[in-house]
Design a binder for this molecule. Structure first.
Ligand SMILES: Cc1cc2nc3c(=O)[nH]c(=O)nc-3n(C[C@H](O)[C@H](O)[C@H](O)COP(=O)(O)OP(=O)(O)OC[C@H]3O[C@@H](n4cnc5c(N)ncnc54)[C@H](O)[C@@H]3O)c2cc1C
Length: 436
């Protein structure tokens, strides 16, 4: 086992590996080191966490300007090597009811300004015509706004992590699997002197990067950071003693059908679709599922159609190992999601028997405002705590690598921890999801 390393990265998910890869490249390009100065510690295997279970949707659609700017940079990284990242640039469509129209219009206008290619359609008849041109059997009700992003799409989760792993290793990065980080040795100046693992301690020469995905709270504790914090709103009010971390169960599943049945009218690959509506939702048998705002997302996958619905909050702490747990998806999810697919397009009518209990769904750790914390939380410890936004954020590692080498990242700056004390929070949208 290694006894020291200049850079120690914890977690071989999308963020840990992307950081290691980009940092290795930059060290080399600047003539100040190489990938051999970096070790990634991973307790299971690359992609064993959330990155290997993610639906894989890559989109820009965020109401928050800082998220949208960051996502544009991330899509650039996806587009830089689609083969290695197993990236499918099929585009992404967000559809919503009246209440979401102002948010999607604002998002579209920003996309126009930042040069992200998309089309906006408003009005129930116009949206229906836009969708019918793509899918003649489109029949969703209560949808009056459509943001059609011509960039983005999805990537295959495990394959993309493996692609990143290969790129990092090709730069000389060592990725040690089966090594569990159990704590940190602190120096008097509050920096981390050594990372403690079940195989011994590794002295840190320069910096530590913590990219633990759903295990964020464990590392927050290990770094002796506050579990409850005060949050100042932009209006100046202070919400006292808020829990820093909350867990949500992401509800996802798939139907096993011939993937070719989900194609566009011209036979092309369909964009990822995200549908929110307040139209009553019924099963194919006519039973009412809900008459409140509901939403689903879905994409064509290798074995059929995969997607999800709104996540469910989990009270208290959760057992994350093994990850994901078989109980992460609620028993009511398959009926709801299949009814919603059928609501969207008649080709999905009667799809409920094709629902398959697959390795889908999982728990995510969300921050107090549901947005990431990308920041130094100790003088030499950079934390990538993405609040479950982050498979799509493959470019965060590139920005983190710049910061580790002393540069400022205007893309990461809005995600500093200090925002909770200063009230410099991100605006909140009308979406029912904690990640929009
Ligand atoms: C069901 C589901 C669907 C999702 N769908 C999408 C989506 O479509 N699009 C999107 O953008 N995002 C999606 N997300 C969110 C996204 O998957 C995560 O935000 C992202 O993958 C987090 O990446 P990460 O590298 O931080 O964490 P992870 O991929 O979880 O990697 C962390 C790694 O750290 C390791 N680790 C943990 N503790 C230790 C320890 N003590 N010692 C050593 N190693 C340790 C773990 O084994 C793991 O491999 C989804 C999440 C879930 C759960």
């Amino acid at each position: 086992m290694l006894s020291s390393s200049p850079y120690v990265v914890v977690g071989a998910g999308i963020h840990g590996l992307s950081t290691a890869f980009h940092l290795a490249r930059m060290l080399h390009e600047r003539g100040v080191g190489s990938g051999e100065d970096i070790v990634v510690l991973e307790k299971t295997g690359a992609g064993a966490g959330a990155s290997g279970i993610a639906c894989g949707v890559v989109r820009n659609n965020y109401f928050q300007p800082a998220m949208s700017d960051l996502m544009r940079a991330c899509v650039e990284v996806w587009e830089s090597d689609p083969e290695a990242y197993h990236y499918n640039p099929v585009g992404y469509i967000a559809l919503g009811p009246d209440v979401q129209e102002p948010d999607l219009v604002a998002t579209y206008e920003r996309q126009e300004r930042i040069g992200y290619r998309s089309t906006l359609v408003t009005g129930e008849a116009e949206v229906d015509a836009h969708m019918k041109a793509l899918f003649p059997d489109w029949r969703a009700k209560g949808v009056s706004v459509c943001l059609h992003e011509h960039q983005g799409g999805f990537a295959f989760n495990k394959e993309s992590v493996r692609g990143l792993l290969r790129k990092a290793e090709a730069e000389g990065v060592r990725v040690l699997t089966g090594v569990t980080v159990t704590g940190f040795e602190l120096a008097p100046d509050d920096s981390v002197r050594a990372v403690v693992t079940d195989g011994g301690r590794i002295a840190v020469g320069e910096q530590v990067v913590v990219a633990p995905g759903p295990w964020a709270k464990e590392f927050w504790r290990a770094l002796e950071l506050p579990e409850r914090i005060d949050v100042r709103t932009p209006a100046g009010d202070v919400a006292r003693d808020q829990p820093m971390w909350t867990y949500w169960n992401l509800q996802e599943g798939e139907i096993t059908v011939d993937p070719a049945m989900f194609a566009t009218a011209s036979g092309g690959a369909p964009p990822v679709i995200h549908l929110d509506t307040d139209a009553p939702l019924h099963t194919d048998d006519g039973a009412l599922v809900t008459d409140e705002l509901w939403g689903i997302y879905f994409k064509r996958d290798r074995h059929g159609v995969q997607g999800g619905a709104s996540p469910l909050v989990v009270e208290g702490d959760v057992e994350l190992d093994p990850y994901p747990s078989t109980s992460d998806v609620d028993p009511s999810f398959p009926d709801m999601w299949c009814a919603a697919l059928s609501h969207a397009m008649s080709r999905f009518e009667g799809c409920r028997p094709s629902y398959r209990t697959a390795r889908s769904g999982g728990v995510g750790a969300f921050t107090v405002d549901n947005f990431p914390v990308f920041d130094f939380m100790r003088p030499n410890v950079y934390t990538i705590l993405d609040s479950n936004h982050g498979y799509k954020m493959i470019g965060v590692g590139r920005e983190v690598a710049k910061v580790l080498l002393g540069e400022h990242s205007s893309l990461l700056y809005p995600f500093r921890f200090e925002r909770f004390a200063t009230g410099d929070l991100h605006p909140v949208s009308h979406s029912p999801y904690p990640w929009s």
